[in-house]
Design a binder for this molecule. Structure first.
Ligand code: G1P
Length: 289
């Protein structure tokens, strides 16, 4: 059995960067090729051995629940029309895993979203996957981290180096590399300016946390942007329990902003057997203009 069985996926953000597309549709449902972004995240969790997922949602998130639910009407139409491949694909989505939903009543920040799921998690270690970060890797990113957790039995944060000019967009860790890709974290700062950032190792939307984080979150004051920040809580946790940073293997895509979203779509199209040739030809041609 996996040592980490439960995962929280926060999906309560307003998706303001994608307005007006996200006015009536959750940003997690914006598709990359034929799958909504949230499905990539849920698939990574399942491939990493997660058994139960809790989605922390906000207003306007019904479409996510419908997406992972059974659609009798659609399934019987596909069956009647003999579209068996599509039927298989649609059924796969609804049979994926046990997904539970809770509402974050107020948008008070990532730390608050995680805290809202405390009763579902109870007293066991758990994973957090952020929907803006899609990772493509031969071994799923979260699986790499769960494997490491069996060795360290302590909280682990997924990190990757970023360019110096980008540090202010992320949570940044300070730490010492204690073995290949593994850092003993000495500090964490949410969205530091470039001149005070202790390193360029950025938190990339994957966490394994011990339940002690809930005690810290219960008393966590708002930080950067006036929000209750998970990074601040982990920094406090690190004062009484070891926290490790793990520079995971794989390519991380930022689908939380328009340019990153476009790049992800292009990359995934080029990695897709059925699309590669046509898209490559198209890009090569327009690049000549
Ligand atoms: C969140 C976290 C930040 C992390 C980032 C990764 O920030 O607070 O520490 O580096 O996700 O995507 P957000 O992008 O939600 O502002």
């Amino acid at each position: 059995m996996n040592s980490v069985r439960k995962a929280i996926i926060p999906a309560a953000g307003l998706g303001t960067r994608f307005l007006p597309a996200t006015k009536a549709m959750p940003k997690e449902m914006l598709p990359i090729l034929n799958k909504p972004t949230i499905q990539y995240i849920v698939e990574e969790a399942i491939q990493s051995g997660i058994e139960d997922i809790i989605l922390v949602t906000g207003k306007n998130k019904r479409a996510i629940e419908d997406h992972f639910d059974i659609s009798f009407e659609l399934e019987s139409t596909l069956l009647d029309k003999g579209k068996f491949d599509l039927l298989k694909e649609v059924k796969k989505t609804s049979n994926m895993v046990d997904i539970h939903y809770i509402r974050q009543k107020e948008p008070l920040g990532l730390g608050h979203a995680i805290w809202s799921a405390r009763k579902f998690i109870g007293e066991e270690p758990f994973a957090v996957l952020l929907g803006d970060d899609i990772v493509q890797a031969p071994i799923p990113c979260l699986k790499q981290m769960i494997d490491l957790y069996s060795q360290y039995s302590s909280s682990i944060i997924g990190i990757q180096p970023v360019k110096d000019e980008d540090v202010s967009r992320y949570g940044i860790i300070d730490g010492n590399e204690i073995s290949n890709r593994v850092y003993a974290v000495t500090d964490l700062i949410e969205k530091p300016s470039r001149d005070i950032a202790p390193s360029n190792l950025a938190i990339m939307g994957r966490y394994i946390l011990t339940p002690s984080i809930f005690k810290v979150l219960a008393a966590q004051e708002p930080g950067a942007g006036g929000e209750i920040q998970l990074t601040d809580a982990i920094s406090k946790l690190n004062k009484f329990e070891r926290v490790y940073g793990y520079s995971f293997e794989g390519t991380r895509y930022d689908v939380g902003e328009i340019s990153g979203f476009i790049k992800t779509t292009i990359d995934m199209a080029l990695n897709n057997e059925g699309l590669r040739k046509e898209i490559l030809e198209y890009i090569t041609n327009i690049a000549k203009k």
